[in-house]
Ligand binder design. Structure first.
Ligand code: GRF
Length: 217
């Protein structure tokens, strides 16, 4: 299989970006991060990218002078001109319009810190604590124009402990995210992900090893 060319969209800390970079550097993810795009300047994710010599771009949304579609068209242009085939939303805090999604049909994935469809949107960890669920987790899914909707690819379950604070729980989930996201990208690179005629994601189970045992797909 040839390497897949990724564009990673970020808005903040970039630990998921770092997990992707580690998986590539360790030689088990057959991918290249062609560009990292942030909608915010001075975020740690950009430093992480620069630290690994990955090209970066800051593209800010200017509410008064552009439409969401104009922003998304500019974003797609940056990614296309960098040779990106697959787009990874790794903490990117914007909802994409069809203007963007039509440029990368079924080629945009997102990671979210809950077991979707529970707790979409911001602060999914606090939402889970507020509700009182006993387990939560993380989800990687294809992106559509909704908020954290779109066909689910894989999920991983994380337990909630009695005295968890939001930050303690978020850290436990993040550790699992760092396993889940590169694993799904590895499946993509290996051509293991298909969509059935009902629009559901099918992962080819052939050759998937024990490392993935905490992941449901
Ligand atoms: C993660 O919890 C991810 O699931 C969510 O935003 C957070 C990004 O964290 N979409 P990081 O920037 O990768 O550290």
């Amino acid at each position: 299989m040839s390497k897949i060319n990724l564009g990673v969209l970020v808005s903040g800390t970039g630990t998921n970006l770092q997990a992707i970079i580690h998986a590539i550097d360790d030689g088990w993810l057959n991918a290249n991060v062609n560009v990292v795009v942030s909608n915010r300047s001075n975020v740690l994710a950009l430093d992480r990218a620069r630290g690994s010599n990955i090209p970066t771009k800051v593209l800010k949304y200017k509410k008064n002078s552009m439409t969401r579609e104009e922003y998304d068209a500019a974003l797609a242009t940056v990614l296309k001109s960098s040779g990106v085939e697959w787009v990874v939303l790794a903490g990117f805090m914007r909802i994409l319009t069809p203007t963007f999604l039509n440029e990368f049909p079924m080629r945009v994935i997102n990671i979210h810190p809950s077991l979707l469809p529970s707790f979409p949107g911001v602060d999914a960890q606090q939402q889970a604590l507020n509700y009182g669920v006993r387990v939560t987790g993380c989800t990687v899914h294809f992106v559509d124009e909704g908020m954290d909707t779109g066909p689910i690819i894989a999920q991983s379950v994380v337990s909630i402990h009695r005295n968890d604070t939001r930050d303690v729980l978020a850290k436990r989930i993040l550790e699992r995210e760092h396993l889940l996201l590169p694993t799904v990208l590895n499946w993509i690179a290996d051509g293991k992900i298909n969509i059935d005629d009902k629009g559901k994601v099918c992962v080819d189970r052939h050759d998937i090893d024990g490392k993935d045992c905490e992941i449901f797909y």
